[in-house]
Ligand binder design. Structure first.
Ligand code: PEP
Ligand code: MG
Length: 606
């Protein structure tokens, strides 16, 4: 009987084949109290030795990756492991426990991991939260060398690996000639396992709870890495449908290569610059490989989050300079610190807030903790002299905020020019429009800046009063809400009247569904995660700007989300004929459910 499981679409592509199992063993050990000093010493040595063995293994994997371009993205992950292995809250904390509590290495390590899990459990940012998986994985490796687990191997000869979990190093060691896709019970979209799957170009679905109990070795399995679906023992109809989809998908991938090297323009010649959202320097090679024309949003806070203490100006300058040079001649848009809200750091003592999303975050925090802000701005200004830099300020909600920020910037620039005894090249300044008050005074704000970047993630959250991280109200998070459409239109038109460019860098830019809308609104630039860049470029190239404009005009006449969605969907299904493989987003599936007739069916009837 056919059974379907829903997980998280971690790496695109479709694979059909036979299941092969890999269950990782649970570490087994007991509590031991150490009676004398020599036992404690033995235990300390045993732990240190195991850590060294893990380090060696990771280094071996790293050097084994060679210069294989897709795999080089894995290197930073392995470097992170090496850092964790030496991190005081991991390494020294365990040694201290062995010594002070006189307990065996396994027990001490288990307690360290529990402590770290407790800290991570309180973090809301999904990316950071996922890093706890790395800690667990490293601990597991150490348990292995302490003799508390045995290694597992893949025995039977299927090509769809089903595992309770799969660490990035294990994923790199997969026999890729045999394994064509994998499914895991744990992991999230931003887990390192997902990143490795994308680098290896293996379709993957992660976070499929209970899957290992439901599948037997040799069962027929379809992995739909695009939609996050796993189908076990498909019926003949499903199988036929998926074989066809697989063919479409591989044709589409071939076709997409063409779009990597071109500037996206509509059929009637309107150019839309497609750029990348980046969090860390390590992503830059893929930014260039996927055809981004620069970085439209560099979330600078992630560099800070990698450190246990505030990085100083020199460290920031060197980092930013590295980014600027690597992406040159394309521009990089550095967004100043967007800390607070869901992104927290232990060294920023902003106090506990009942409602952090409405609290001291982003520009507010920077204007309050001036020294941190000035250090960052000085570093960016200095780095800007090495290439093409734009500055972007998050969460601007009033004219005063941007005016005050500009004053600070002017005086920092003057100071730097004096120090360097030469004038600094001016850099374009922009604001993120992500608060409704900024939309209401957009006519005033556009007079202060050189470009506008719309942060739709926050704009929708604040406009509709929907917490973007709260599952319970996720159904109300509606990019096609008439209020959102009106805001987008108002921002774009006002900025264009002033002659400045408008970019969109929230998730709406990443989702193919919204491409016609953004084109029709007349957006000049979009910035999104690298994976979707070729497909978004293709969609832009398949649209007529004039028709998209007419569509937006009509959408603005509707009063409800339902009406807008229905009308919008009817239109885009004709425009995106045969591109059904794109529509992996849950949003679209929800729409399909609501409107009965699926996009896919409509396309097939064409
Ligand atoms: C946004 O709010 O749309 C945005 C791009 O910023 P972030 O997701 O980092 O808050
Ligand atoms: Mg934001």
């Amino acid at each position: 009987m056919e059974r379907r499981f829903k997980g998280i679409a971690a790496s695109p592509g479709i694979e059909i084949g036979k299941a092969v199992f890999r269950k990782s063993p649970k570490p087994r050990f007991t509590y031991q109290f150490l009676l004398n000093k020599s036992d404690v010493k033995k235990e300390l040595d045993r732990f240190k030795r195991a850590v060294d063995q893990v380090k060696k293994e990771i280094k071996d994997v790293k050097s084994g990756l060679g210069h294989n371009p897709p795999l080089k993205e894995i290197k930073p992950i392995l470097d992170t492991y090496l850092i964790v292995l030496s991190d005081p809250i991991f390494f020294k904390a365990t040694l201290r426990r062995i010594k002070e509590e006189k307990i065996n290495a396994e027990w001490a390590l288990m307690k360290t991991v529990e402590d770290i899990e407790g800290i991570f459990g309180k973090i809301e940012d999904e990316y950071i939260k996922q890093r706890v998986q790395d800690i667990r994985y490293i601990a597991k490796k150490i348990f292995g060398f302490l003799g508390s687990t045995t290694n597992t191997t893949i025995s039977s000869s299927g090509n769809i690996l089903i595992a309770d979990e799969l660490s990035p190093t294990e994923a790199t060691k997969l026999p890729t000639k045999q394994i064509g896709a994998f499914v895991t019970e744990t992991g999230g979209l931003t887990s390192h396992t997902a990143i490795v799957a994308q680098a290896l170009k293996l379709p993957a679905v992660v976070g499929v709870k209970g899957i290992s109990q439901e599948v037997k070795n040799g069962d027929m399995v379809i992995v739909d890495g695009q939609r996050g679906i796993v189908i076990v023992n498909p019926n003949p109809d499903t199988l036929r449908q998926y074989k066809q989809r697989q063919r479409h998908y591989s044709l589409l991938c071939k076709e997409l290569e063409h779009y990597i090297n071109i500037t996206a323009h509509t059929l009637d010649g309107k150019i839309l610059r497609v750029m990348a959202n980046v969090e860390l320097f390590e992503e830059i090679p893929s930014v260039l490989e996927m055809g981004a024309e620069g970085i439209g949003l560099f979330r600078t806070e992630f560099f800070y989050l990698q450190h246990n203490e505030l990085p100083n100006e020199e460290a920031l300058y060197n980092y930013f300079k590295k980014v600027v040079k690597a992406i040159y001649p394309y521009p990089v848009t550095f967004r100043t610190l967007d800390f607070g809200g869901d992104k927290l750091s232990s060294y920023l003592h902003s106090g506990k807030e009942i409602n952090p999303a409405l609290g001291l975050r982003a520009i507010r925090l920077c204007l309050t903790q001036r020294d941190i802000f000035c250090t960052q701005l000085r570093a960016i200004l200095r780095a800007s002299q090495h290439g093409n830099v734009r500055l972007l300020f998050p969460l601007i909600s009033s004219l005063e905020e941007i005016q005050e920020t500009k004053q600070i910037l002017i005086s920092l620039k003057e100071g730097l020019e004096k120090e360097a005894c030469k004038p600094f090249t001016p850099i374009p300044l922009g604001i993120m429009v992500e608060v409704p008050s900024a939309v209401a005074i957009i006519d005033l704000l556009v007079q202060e800046v050189d470009f506008i970047s719309i942060g739709t993630n926050d704009l929708i959250q604040y406009a509709l009063a929907i917490d973007r991280n709260n599952e319970q109200v996720a159904y109300l998070y509606q990019p096609l809400h008439p209020a959102v459409l009106r805001m987008l239109k108002q921002i774009t038109d006002t900025a264009h009247q002033r002659g400045i460019t408008v970019s969109v860098c929230g998730e709406m830019a990443r989702d193919p569904i919204y491409t016609p809308l953004l084109v029709g609104l007349g957006i000049d630039e979009i910035s999104l995660n690298v994976q979707n860049i070729p497909i978004i470029k293709k969609l832009i190239c398949s649209l007529s700007f004039k028709e998209a404009q007419v569509l937006v005009k009509e959408l603005l006449t509707f009063k409800t989300v339902q009406e807008i969605k229905r009308f919008y969907l009817q239109h885009i299904k004709f425009w995106f004929k045969n591109l059904e493989e794109l529509f992996s987003q849950d949003e679209f599936e929800n729409l399909e459910e609501k409107y009965g007739k699926t996009i896919e069916e409509s396309c097939l009837h064409e």
